[in-house]
Design a protein around this ligand. Structure first.
Ligand SMILES: [Zn+2]
Length: 294
């Protein structure tokens, strides 16, 4: 199993095999390509674009797909996934990233906000024209976007997803079997402020490893301020390393944060003997390789 990171700074860090950089954010900020890295693009969540033109927001019977509309439990503001100019703008950006020497592109938030979206006049008309039902049409819309993005990407192509192994298609239009045809791997974010309770990480990592038809990498949050939380995170990485995963990615603020995790693991004698005692081979190899650097 590889160990990697997901970061907001365009800088690879020693000791990590897979370096993912957020090049387009949910708040609408867009950055130049990070060379030598996997560039992660937030697709339909764009608070800035919606502020500039509120008419592009996805809508449901209970209002717009905005964080401030508390009838929906949304973490971001969502653009309607069939808005032609917005789609073209994101696809152009993906194409521009691929003119640089990057490893590849990952898409995130490229789906519908939730089950009841989108019923704007354009989506209503497109649904009618398609002859498909609501679930089929929304899934086809998302899969087609993934296909169009893939056509512009040179190198590794991956997608994140809302980590729901049961209702992803019904809620978000994520037909993960259909999408599997276009991607090199799936990137499953299992974010949390801490992993002091971790059964859900273990369960979802197993579910996705067993059900997805392409290799799986799991992302855990590592922006941890305390030793107790770092310890729980590293033990959680060790547990999931026993499943069939290509990599675990650690979400960090920056390079210093990434190095801090390595140093903490290397210096933590209790943790290293715990890995030894319970035979966590994959994780022991990772910490041994960090010990040569940090
Ligand atoms: Zn719409």
């Amino acid at each position: 199993m590889k160990i990697g990171l997901v970061t907001y700074t365009p800088q690879e860090v020693k000791g990590y095999d897979l370096n993912v950089y957020y090049s387009k954010w949910a708040d609408g900020q867009v950055f130049p390509a990070a060379k030598g890295m996997q560039n992660d693009v937030t697709v339909f969540c764009d608070a800035k674009a919606i502020r500039e033109d509120p008419s592009i927001v996805a809508v449901s019977k209970s209002g717009p797909a905005l964080r401030k509309n508390r009838r929906s439990n949304l973490a971001f503001d969502f653009v309607c996934p069939t808005h032609p100019q917005y789609r073209a703008k994101v696809l152009d950006y993906i194409e521009s990233l691929c003119k640089e020497t990057i490893i590849g592109v990952t898409l995130n938030l490229y789906h519908f906000p939730d089950q009841e979206y989108c019923v704007c006049p354009r989506c209503t008309e497109l649904l009618k024209q398609s002859g498909l039902n609501w679930v089929q049409w929304r899934a086809q819309t998302v899969t087609k976007f993934v296909q169009e993005a893939k056509a512009r990407v040179k190198g590794t192509f991956a997608v994140e997803m809302y980590p729901d192994p049961v209702l992803a298609k019904e809620r978000f239009g994520l037909d993960l079997n259909a999408i599997a045809e276009f991607v090199d791997y799936f990137h499953v974010p299992l974010s949390s402020r801490d992993y002091l309770t971790n059964y859900w990480v273990d369960t979802l990592a197993r579910d996705f490893a067993a059900s997805l038809k392409k290799p799986v990498v799991v992302e855990l949050s590592a922006e941890m301020p305390t030793d107790e939380k770092l310890n729980a995170l590293l033990k959680t990485v060790a547990y999931v390393s026993r499943h069939k995963l290509d990599a675990v990615l650690l979400l960090v603020h920056d390079s210093e944060n990434a190095k801090q995790v390595c140093k903490f693991a290397v210096q933590n004698k209790d943790f290293r003997s715990w890995l030894e005692k319970y035979d966590f081979k994959e994780m022991s190899q990772i910490v041994d390789s960090w010990a040569k650097i940090y």
